[in-house]
Design a binder for this molecule. Structure first.
Ligand code: NAI
Length: 763
């Protein structure tokens, strides 16, 4: 008979002395280690121990009561709530004590993992005598704590390397990789992978078969046999102190090269693994060794959790999680009063907004963006018809997609069969054949209003009446494109960023006549293909380009005043941007940047006045990376770059220049503050609804450094008063384009920040 132990746990006999403990957190979709679970586990452990000592329980299977969900991790709000390093250390220690007691139970425990087993959930599994995993795609195991700016703090840093060796343990923790059962088995992380169908009975059979070994505490042979002995796939170096030192030094160098030391967590992982090496190189860690190692880990966790970097990464995590729950119809659409009367039948709306309906897509244009979008669709099992004007253009698009998959094959992330399946999903075409069966068509043709309008009008005659039509325009008005359409409600902007496969943001642009149905369909599709959608109003530059333009424009002004190209880039790189603004404009195309600057100048006037130097550079034939010549010179197909001494002569009258005139702080402020200023305007115009959306957009769309939490977190850290003060200073010293916005002035006056002024209650 099942014995309900507590609210989250269920303890029940299964077969003889084999019992099961089921975790099923009430009222939640997933299991997480929150206060309820931890408290109840604390109450449960003495009871388990008692039943073990009497011989009643001889082995315990630990499972989840939620379908396809094991444990998603620790409750992150607990980490967020820890105010000081001491608070966070003691939080980790509470968890460690529970898992130690679990590890010390007088009978073997087997974690039966089906569904994600991450973070704290994985640390719990690691404290068990054995882990068995289901062989389905939803089942993954991993320690992704570093992504949240912390380290595994409930024994993961100690127990994982003990199981898989130092080299692999470091790799798994530093990379936040999650592994399938098969890979985890190969790594020695888990003891067996079992068929997902009838997983429970498979697990029971496995436990019965291995009961004697489990009870004797013997190491188990891994199943299925992989050839060679079980146990960690050791690297020969890690068996000596000197070897370990080399491994750790290399890891540190690798982390520093990638992060320039801005993220404390990966460095702390390395330090913890160094200091606890003795503990995990022993076969079993018990008693003082274990206590010492875990207390070192808890201190490291405390240190990281109390940093601003971790707080920012956790906020970012919550922002992206919030998007997953949205439909695209919240916030600005209703408040801005932009919602048109619904014209679509309700049933079709629900079907479309579920996001599952888009099985067939069409892409017009096989260029940089069209080819990238088609690749992405096919990669996510959506079949695509890709149309262009001639076979050469089509070939370029197909080859671009094919190259990306070939890279994945090289890295063993894709099989030859998977490659062929994906490639077969892209049907290149010069005609409209097959577009009748498309659920959505996105156009990515030349950026010209009249061409786009006429192409969209002809397309409407070909596709089904319920087909959603989207534009990937980067600067033209979606509402204007809707004019003259038979059914403008089906039309919406879906703005991808370049390169499509890498940039996570999609701006979903609501035109004046776009229906909820079209917006929801595109929003859901963006999520389904792994992107982060943000709904923005149809306003010049939308969100990201509107903010990016003053940033790049100011970089041009700085160069024209004598700032050095590499100096300027290095200032922003040091701030944490993935590339400097000068390199970025080369990447975007100086001509493209110039065009966008003019569009925004027309829309917003003096504060967006383009720097005259830019057109002189374009006229000299320097377009950027695409023609090998911009502010930098590119060679080796764009792989290497060096400053171009000749470009200096085009950057302004040499008499005017004084490299020392602009300080590094001024360079930084002059690039960043105009973006903050513009963001305050975009928010007051409700281009997006919240400060969080601006931050998501800038992190995902331009690579603003995540550790800073976003542009507006940075602004809030400076404080509106300080931002206004610095802007005014530049307005008097440099140009009126720095005049602070009304919104900023009011925030400064009221002592408010972006997050207190422009936030949803859920944030
Ligand atoms: P592209 O010049 O690389 O490709 C455009 C393709 O469209 C060409 O292959 C052309 O032959 C084809 N095309 C022209 N008229 C056509 C028609 N009537 N039917 C079918 N195909 C036609 O241009 P790119 O860079 O891919 O840009 C496409 C769109 O995406 C533009 O609206 C652009 O503003 C937007 N965009 C571009 C980004 C970028 O970084 N390149 C970023 C985000 C949006």
């Amino acid at each position: 008979m099942a014995e309900p132990f507590a609210r989250a746990f269920r303890l029940a006999p299964v077969d003889g002395s084999i019992w099961s403990l089921t975790l099923d957190l009430p009222g939640e979709k997933v299991n997480k280690l929150n206060r309820v679970v931890m408290t109840e586990l604390g109450d449960l452990l003495p009871e388990l121990e008692r039943r073990g000592k009497t011989g009643e329980i001889g082995a315990l299977i630990f499972r989840s009561g939620k379908k396809d969900q094991f444990i998603a991790g620790a409750d992150i709000t607990l980490i967020q709530a820890a105010k000081t390093a001491e608070d966070a250390t003691s939080l980790a220690q509470q968890g460690q004590r529970l898992l130690n007691a679990w590890e010390d139970l007088p009978f073997p425990t087997v974690a039966a993992v089906q569904g994600p087993c991450l973070g704290g959930g994985c640390e719990w599994a690691l404290a068990s005598s054995a882990i068995v995993m289901a062989d389905d795609s939803a089942t993954r195991i991993g320690l992704p704590e570093v992504m949240l700016g912390v380290i595994p703090g409930m024994g993961g840093c100690v127990r994982l390397p003990r199981k898989v060796g130092l080299v692999q343990g470091l790799d798994f923790i530093l990379s936040s990789k999650t592994l399938s059962g098969e890979k985890a088995l190969r790594a020695g992380w888990v003891e067996a992978v079992l068929t997902a169908q009838q997983f429970e009975s498979q697990v029971l059979a496995w436990v019965k078969k291995n009961l004697a070994s489990l009870q004797a505490g013997r190491r188990l042979a891994r199943e299925p046999k992989l050839g060679g002995a079980g146990g960690p796939v050791g690297n020969i170096l890690e068996h000596t102190a000197m070897g370990r030192a080399v491994i750790l030094r290399k890891a540190r160098e690798g982390v520093l090269a990638k992060t320039a030391g801005r993220y404390p967590a990966p460095l702390e992982v390395i330090e913890v693994l160094r200091d606890t090496a003795a503990a995990y190189s022993a076969d079993k860690v018990r008693g003082e060794d274990r206590d010492e190692a875990l207390s070192r880990e808890a201190r490291g966790f405390g240190r990281c959790a109390s940093t601003e970097v971790s707080k920012n990464l956790i906020r970012l995590f919550f922002l992206t999680e919030a998007v997953k729950k949205k439909t695209g119809l919240e916030g600005i659409s209703s408040e801005a009063g932009q919602r048109p009367k619904e014209d679509a039948p309700r049933s079709s709306e629900t079907r479309v907004s579920s996001g599952d309906i888009i099985r067939q897509a069409g892409v017009l244009g096989a260029g940089v963006m069209g080819g990238g979008i088609a690749q992405l669709f096919a990669d996510r099992a959506i079949s695509v018809r890709m149309k262009d004007l001639n076979t050469e253009a089509l070939a370029v698009g197909v080859q671009a997609a094919s190259r990306l998959w070939q890279k994945q094959m090289k890295r063993k992330r894709l099989t030859v069969r998977g490659f062929q399946q994906r490639l077969n999903l892209i049907a290149p075409t010069l005609t409209d054949d097959g577009f009748q069966s498309c659920d959505l068509v996105i156009e990515a043709i030349v950026e010209k209003m009249d061409v786009k309008k006429s192409v969209i009008r002809s397309l409407e005659k070909v596709v089904r009446p319920d087909c959603v039509i989207a534009t990937n325009t980067s600067s033209l008005s979606v509402s204007q494109m809707q004019e003259g359409m038979q059914d403008p409600s089906r039309f919406v902007g879906m703005h991808f960023f370049n390169p499509v496969h890498r940039m996570p943001l999609v701006e979903v642009i609501r035109g004046k006549q776009s229906s909820d149905r079209a917006v929801a369909a595109v929003f859901a599709l963006a999520k389904r293909i792994g992107k982060t959608p943000v709904v923005v109003q149809d306003s010049p530059g939308f969100l990201v380009n509107r903010l990016l333009a003053p940033y790049l424009n100011e970089a041009m002004y700085l160069l024209s005043e004598g700032a050095g190209i590499s100096d300027l880039d290095s200032v922003l790189l040091e701030f944490g941007m993935p590339m400097g603004p000068v390199e970025l404009i080369d990447e975007v195309g100086i001509d493209v940047g110039e065009k966008v600057a003019h569009v925004l100048f027309e829309a917003f006037g003096a504060r967006m006045q383009p720097c005259p130097m830019t057109s002189a550079i374009v006229k000299s034939g320097r377009l950027g990376k695409k023609n090998g010549k911009g502010f930098y010179l590119y060679s080796d197909g764009g792989k290497s770059k060096s400053p171009d001494p000749e470009v200096e002569s085009l950057m302004g009258p040499s008499g005017d220049k004084d490299p020392g005139r602009v300080s590094r702080q001024d360079m930084l402020d002059r690039c960043l503050l105009p973006m903050i200023n513009e963001a305050s305007r975009a928010l007051s115009e409700r281009v997006v609804g919240t400060a969080g959306e601006v931050d998501l957009g800038m992190i995902m769309g331009m690579g603003f450094p995540p550790f800073r939490g976003g542009l507006l977190r940075y602004a809030d850290e400076l404080g509106a008063r300080e931002v206004v003060k610095r802007l005014r200073d530049f307005a008097s010293r440099v140009s009126v384009r720095f005049e602070p916005s009304q919104a900023l002035l009011e925030m400064a006056e009221a002592g408010k920040g972006f997050y207190s002024e422009f936030s949803e209650s859920s944030e």
